[in-house]
Design a protein around this ligand. Structure first.
Ligand code: RB5
Length: 149
């Protein structure tokens, strides 16, 4: 499994904790920035990670900003991306099982490191259940296609 990861300045410290966690578990990953706590704009990093995941270069993505809100909104503008903002472990596995989420978004100012790492594990270990859920995802894709230029 290959993971693309990114954050803005407000998510930078938590992103580093997640990177250490992935390394410790031997999970292949690439950090798409930002690389410091200097102020920056979260849509840039959302776009990088979302394009890598939507393009098939990475299986899943992880994005972190202050709340996780801005970076997930931005990532969800890329066709094929289903970014789920999670602050609990139930949502983290359910978003994979039911929504086939391909990006996990986290808010560094919302969750502590311990919970965030449990959320990451729940997300990465869960599997899409298909069946009726695929029908619903197809309807999301229909919405994307309706507005595709
Ligand atoms: C940065 O201050 C903050 O606005 C950003 O990280 C994020 O929370 C936006 O949704």
């Amino acid at each position: 499994m290959k993971i693309a990861i990114g954050s803005d300045h407000a998510g930078f410290p938590l992103k580093n904790e997640i990177l250490k966690h992935l390394e410790a578990k031997g999970i292949e990953n690439k950090d798409f920035g930002t690389f410091s706590e200097e102020s920056c704009d979260y849509p840039e990093f959302a776009l990088k990670v979302a394009e890598e995941v939507a393009g098939g270069n990475y299986n899943l993505g992880i994005l972190v900003c202050g709340t996780g809100i801005g970076i997930s909104i931005a990532a969800n503008k890329v066709p094929g991306i289903r970014a789920a903002l999670c602050s609990d472990t139930f949502s983290a596995h359910a978003c994979r099982e039911h929504n086939n989420a391909n990006i996990l978004a986290l808010g560094q100012r919302v969750v502590g490191v311990g919970l965030a790492l449990d959320i990451v594990d729940a997300f990465l270990n869960a599997k899409f259940e298909g069946d009726r859920h695929q029908r619903r995802i197809d309807k999301i894709t229909d919405i994307e296609n309706k507005y595709r230029k």
